[in-house]
Design a protein around this ligand. Structure first.
Ligand SMILES: C[S@@+](CC[C@H](N)C(=O)[O-])C[C@H]1O[C@@H](n2cnc3c(N)ncnc32)[C@H](O)[C@@H]1O
Length: 361
């Protein structure tokens, strides 16, 4: 049995973005929780009626991150004497026989301005690295194998929660799933830049990340936040938008700007792209039809990243239904859906990861 298949019977820790907070009960209802305890702004501790079913719910795309809780210590870490030593001892007892690939320790409230929990998390990680056997991927977070189990620990004013699960099943390499994206003033052209940076961080969970030099076709590129993130990774970008791109990008040698409506764009004969990104606003299914049309210029097995804007929907059910309609369009067009996720830098929107599989023009 895989390490991930043994989790039945444990409570489950779910993270649901604050934007869906008042609908968290609806989002978790299909999991038939026996108990549901909120832990801070985004975390939920559930005792499940059917613990083995994992996240088998239509609302799974809205559950940002999840972990079986194999070790819990409800306490106030800040006022607990010798918290780090005692917490490390408890975790070591529970997980001494396990051999996770990596140890990741984080905070239950990542937005907290209180530095105490950050310090406790860092100290707990340091002590655990001394006590538990060596972790192969201990230094570089991006070197984790998506399918090998990682020991995740989260702490906050509600206590300490730890569990082992693969990053793929947890939906992220970090505890809670969020990778902090550093924004520098020079390249920070729009908020959208963080969305593609985060999508590229998550992509190895579903698909190999294109190597430097790969050619991206980008639909809905203006003003260029995502383009600049792609360019700084040494990709070549064909950026299409009817609106103008930020002047900072105009002379970039890796960027071809095409100022027109995407529906009228026809790649020149013989063109080939290695990846496609769409962040167009406007009617979602219309935008996705352009993705389908232009995906025929992709090399086989290219990744496609589609930001599904939730404009016009007000309930999580409506957002999920819209995603289902797009997923159905993808299926009929022969595109393979890899994942539909609500990432940290998404607001009322979802990020779809797809691939064109074998098909190429
Ligand atoms: C959310 S913005 C894109 C932000 C951009 N990805 C960035 O990184 O800064 C959506 C863009 O889609 C463009 N758009 C929507 N429909 C379009 C169409 N049919 N043809 C061309 N551009 C379109 C809009 O002009 C707008 O600039």
């Amino acid at each position: 049995m895989s390490p991930d298949a043994k989790q039945g019977g444990h409570p489950w820790l779910l993270r649901i973005a604050e934007i869906f907070a008042d609908k968290a009960e609806d989002i978790t209802t299909d999991l038939e929780p026996l108990t549901h305890t909120r832990l801070g702004r985004e975390y939920h501790l559930l005792n499940l009626r059917k613990p083995g079913q994992g996240l088998n719910t239509p609302f799974a795309p809205l559950i940002r991150w999840n972990m079986p809780v194999q070790h819990a210590w409800p306490c106030n870490p800040r006022s607990m004497d010798h918290f780090v030593e005692r917490a490390a001892g408890g975790i070591t007892n529970t997980f001494s026989a396990a051999s996770p690939q990596a140890l990741r320790v984080g905070q239950l409230d990542p937005g907290s301005r209180d530095p105490a929990f950050k310090t406790l998390a860092r100290n707990l990680r340091g002590r655990l690295l001394q006590l538990l056997p060596t972790f192969p991927a201990r230094t570089d977070i991006d070197s984790q194998d998506p399918d090998q189990p990682t020991l995740f620990c989260l702490l906050g004013k509600q206590g300490l929660f730890a569990g082992i699960q693969s990053p793929r099943l947890s939906h992220g390499f970090h505890p809670g799933g969020t990778k902090f994206i550093r924004r520098d003033a020079q390249t920070n052209i729009s908020r959208a830049g963080a969305k593609i940076a985060e999508a590229l961080h998550h992509m190895p969970l579903y698909h190999p990340v294109p190597p430097a030099g790969a050619r991206w076709l980008e639909l809905g590129a203006s003003p260029g936040g995502m383009s600049s993130e792609l360019l700084r990774r040494d990709y070549a970008v064909t950026a299409i938008d009817r609106a103008t791109m930020d002047p900072k990008l105009h002379q970039h040698p890796g960027l071809q700007i095409i100022s027109k409506d995407v529906s009228t764009y026809q790649p020149p004969a013989g063109s080939r792209f290695d990846a496609l990104l769409c962040d167009m606003n406007g009617p979602v299914e219309q935008s996705f039809r352009q993705v389908i049309r232009l995906s025929t210029w992709l090399q086989p097995h290219s990744p496609i990243v589609f930001t599904l804007k939730g404009h016009g929907t007000t309930l999580p059910q409506e957002l999920v239904s819209l995603a289902k309609r797009v997923e159905s369009l993808a299926k009929h067009a022969g595109l393979q859906l890899l994942a539909t996720r609500h990432l940290s830098y998404n607001r009322w929107e979802l990020t779809l990861f797809l691939t064109n599989g074998e098909s190429a023009k």
